[in-house]
Design a protein around this ligand. Structure first.
Ligand code: HPA
Length: 278
């Protein structure tokens, strides 16, 4: 079946269930950050299992809902729980929610994740604004026949994370007295964590943080015309930087600690962005 037809079917179902909710902004919530969806004025919650062509979500710390609501007067849709390549999803299934959120009307995407810090100046608990990324997943979500109605065959990625969206985040962070780091996010498929030798190599390549998500969605978002803001929560020093093993529980604990600050920052950004985009 054509992706366009699948997207239209999901869109029609969602519109029927949400009184034609038309989000301005989409948010993808990473590991341990799903509670953000409860910090908005929630209007509708749709479990992935009910939405046509959505895959179920099976990762600890990821709920599996599309949550529709408002931040101030700005309509947002949150992807509470995301899909990862390591779960074995097909490329088109992984990015399906992004395409649906764009089809519903979203113009911007805030994408968030938990990541290991490679840059030695980063501390656990830092937030890193993603300036650019390195796709080291060994695959690309746009592989396959291109449907021109969705986007171009050869997608430009020069401005994958537009500077004006990042500038706006710095302005809001300053008001809230939150210090932000900035850097390059490198994506691997996982599910195993990296080896210390890999981390040393990624540092030489110019990566500041590493994780197992985000890049497929950002590629899809650029392909369908969404403007992307990316934020990584640095949950641990990357493998080999400290003399201890990595652990998913620690990742979740750190994001849970950061959640409130993160929520405030994203709320502020969404409202500031909505003002500039009107
Ligand atoms: N590596 C990969 N993914 C991650 C990490 C990491 O160190 N921390 C959180 N997600």
């Amino acid at each position: 079946m054509l992706q366009m037809k699948r997207i239209e079917e999901a869109k029609a179902f969602i519109q029927a269930r949400t009184d034609h909710f038309d989000p301005a902004c989409a948010v993808i919530l990473g590991s341990g950050l799903g509670n953000f969806a409860n910090s908005i004025q929630v209007d509708y919650v749709l479990p992935y299992s009910e939405i046509p062509h959505f895959k179920p979500c099976n990762v600890a710390g990821h709920a599996g809902n599309l949550v529709f609501g408002r931040v101030g007067s700005v309509r947002v849709v949150c992807q509470q729980g995301r899909f990862h390549f390591y779960e074995g999803h097909a490329r088109e299934d992984l990015i399906f929610p992004v395409r649906v959120m764009a089809a519903l009307g979203a113009k911007a995407l805030v994408v968030t994740n938990a990541a290991g810090g490679i840059n030695s100046s980063f501390k656990v608990g830092d937030m890193m604004v993603i300036r650019d990324h390195i796709n080291h997943m060994g695959t690309n979500p746009l592989i396959g026949e291109n449907e021109d109605a969705l986007g171009p065959r050869f997608q430009d990625m020069t401005y994958a994370y537009p500077e004006n969206l990042r500038t706006l985040l710095y302005a809001e962070a300053k008001k809230l007295e939150i210090t932000l780091k900035e850097g390059v996010y490198l994506a691997v498929t996982g599910p195993c964590y990296e080896t210390p030798a890999e981390i040393r190599m990624y540092r030489l390549w110019g990566a500041d943080a590493v994780g197992m998500s985000t890049v497929p969605e950002v590629i899809a978002a650029n392909h369908c015309g969404l403007k992307v803001l990316g934020i990584s929560c640095i949950t641990n020093a990357a493998a080999g930087m400290e003399d201890k093993p990595l652990d998913h529980k620690e990742v979740q604990e750190v994001t849970a600690r950061l959640a409130q600050q993160f929520e405030k920052l994203v709320h502020h950004w969404i409202q500031a962005w909505a003002k500039t985009s009107n």
